[in-house]
Design a protein around this ligand. Structure first.
Ligand code: ADP
Ligand code: GLC
Length: 474
């Protein structure tokens, strides 16, 4: 099959979170299964662009409202990512350093989607499926089916839309209706939700199939979807949950080039010790105490607002027996608070405010526990990376965390789970972590024999997507 993934992120080209990890790995595993997998994304000015070689494969022009824009499509020459990578360049709109966060993000991503549809509609053959990821590509299923410029060529290509995060929907005021290429006006309802153009809602309505990145998240969306609950309930017949996998080549403690010391499950105690020593040295923490880390976006969804209080309470209540480290960026007030706290809790807590791929790998390897108190977690990849690096996940029972982590108190459990995103539940779980850590020999036995052997690679989920695409062909 020929599969085209369209997304705003793809690791290692451009990544802001788990979306990038998924789009950088799922196509690789699909290609390994013998399919032609392609990724199409905007051309940002990232390091990857300047360190790779490109060939021009297409040039075209289209309208964004009354603005006539030119675009070009370039392809990475070596195919070293394991799939075909195409970047769409639109001068002045997409070619920026950051992925998101500009005032004209609406214009940028609509223009990207128009250019994408325009380019595909000029192909001499048609791909078997177009797989769109999150709201930045959410208008594509509508455009393929209903826009005059594209529908004759694209309407019969199956489209799949994956909801990675239903909180962000890409809302566009109807005053910008003219950006969307011409369509029969009675179809406006397929773009609308609550008097706003809603790309996420439109994709759920128009895509042939909708997937979410875990089974539990699909259920949760029917009750909590930032206003789209009824829609997810209504479209449940065409929706399924497919659990994300991880790229076990990129995330492998045996070969990870970001680590000070590589290790496998047999050497997990020694390997982690070396990496921990390095991290603790760097952040002024005590390597003999258990290290509990948080890596992620500092936003309400991740319950990052609870971290300052939960960490200080844990330090007081457990008499400073555990150390804490936070790597993240997000809400400015939280960044400030966490930055400030490192002076207050010098020797017990430290933080790195910002984004650092190398440091994240070192923290997965050098920590003993990884805390994820999320209020919403569609899948979550961090807990799977933690398992692979012999770091015990401490997760709130929600979404993908619930689907991937079993509490060690339960049969065949391998993590710490708690029910509420609250300071009390986190502090209590820190106590459980301390108990586990005090029994280190058992902990390592359990890591070797179980935790680090769990297979979260894409093998089975990549095939599930293929089966889903096949079902749309008949
Ligand atoms: P989300 O996509 O909601 O942010 P995921 O758990 O799916 O959450 O994926 C997060 C990804 O982003 C992981 O690869 C994680 O290591 C990475 N990440 C998050 N914050 C940072 C950061 N500040 N520095 C480096 N990597 C980060
Ligand atoms: C989103 C979700 C996260 C998920 C990731 C990849 O960013 O918040 O839970 O793991 O997408 O699907």
């Amino acid at each position: 099959m020929e599969i085209i993934h369209v997304a705003a992120e793809c690791y290692p080209v451009a990544k802001a979170g788990g979306l990038g990890d998924v789009v950088g790995s799922l196509p690789k595993y699909q290609a390994e299964l013998g399919h032609v997998a392609k990724v199409v994304m905007p051309m940002y000015r990232t390091k990857f662009l300047y360190t790779h070689q490109w060939e021009l494969v297409h040039e075209g022009s289209q309208y964004l409202g009354s603005h006539w824009f030119h675009y070009s499509v370039i392809k990475e020459k070596t195919n070293k990512l394991g799939f075909d990578l195409y970047l769409i360049d639109i001068n002045g709109l997409l070619d920026r350093e950051k992925i998101y966060g500009y005032d004209d993000d609406t214009e940028r991503f609509i223009a990207f989607q128009i250019a994408f549809c325009d380019w595909i509609s000029r192909w001499s053959h048609l791909p078997d499926v177009i797989h769109c990821h999150d709201h930045h590509t959410g208008l594509i299923p509508f455009m393929m089916k209903h826009c005059y410029a594209f529908r004759f060529k694209l309407a019969n290509i199956p489209s799949v839309f994956t909801v990675h995060n239903g909180q962000y929907q890409g809302w566009i005021g109807w005053d910008k209706y003219y950006y969307i290429p011409g369509y029969d006006s009675w179809n406006w309802g397929l773009l609308d939700w609550n008097n706003t153009i809603n790309p996420m809602a439109s994709a759920v309505k128009c895509a042939w199939k909708v997937t979410t990145v875990s089974h539990s998240y699909l259920d949760e969306l029917k009750h909590s979807a930032n206003g789209l609950e009824n829609l997810f309930e209504y479209e449940k017949g065409k929706s399924i949950g497919v659990l994300n996998g991880i790229d076990t080549e990129v995330w492998d403690p045996q070969t990870d080039s970001f680590l000070i010391k590589n290790y496998d499950k047999e050497l997990v105690d020694k390997g982690k010790k070396k990496n921990k020593k390095e991290i603790c040295g760097q952040f002024g923490l005590d390597e003999d105490k258990p290290l509990i880390a948080f890596i992620g976006r500092l936003v309400g969804e991740k319950a990052a607002d609870l971290l300052p209080e939960a960490i200080s309470q844990s330090i007081y209540q457990h008499h400073g027996k555990a150390n804490f480290l936070v790597l993240g960026s997000g809400e400015p007030y939280l960044e400030e608070q966490l930055d400030h706290m490192k002076h207050q809790f010098n020797g017990y807590f430290n933080s790195y405010i910002g984004y650092s791929e190398p440091l994240s790998h070192m923290i997965y390897a050098g920590s003993d526990f990884l805390l994820m108190p999320s209020r919403v977690e569609p899948c979550g990849l961090n807990q799977m990376y933690a398992l692979r690096y012999g770091t015990v996940p401490m997760v709130r029972s929600v979404g993908g965390l619930k689907d991937t982590i079993r509490d060690f108190g339960d049969k065949e459990g391998f993590g710490i789970r708690f029910d509420q995103p609250s300071v009390g539940d986190i502090t209590y779980s820190v106590g459980r972590a301390l108990d586990l850590y005090n029994n280190k020999q058992d902990l390592y036995q359990w890591m070797r024999g179980y935790m680090m052997t769990i297979d979260h690679s894409w093998d089975s989920s990549a095939q599930q997507y293929i089966d889903l695409y096949q079902s749309l062909k008949n």
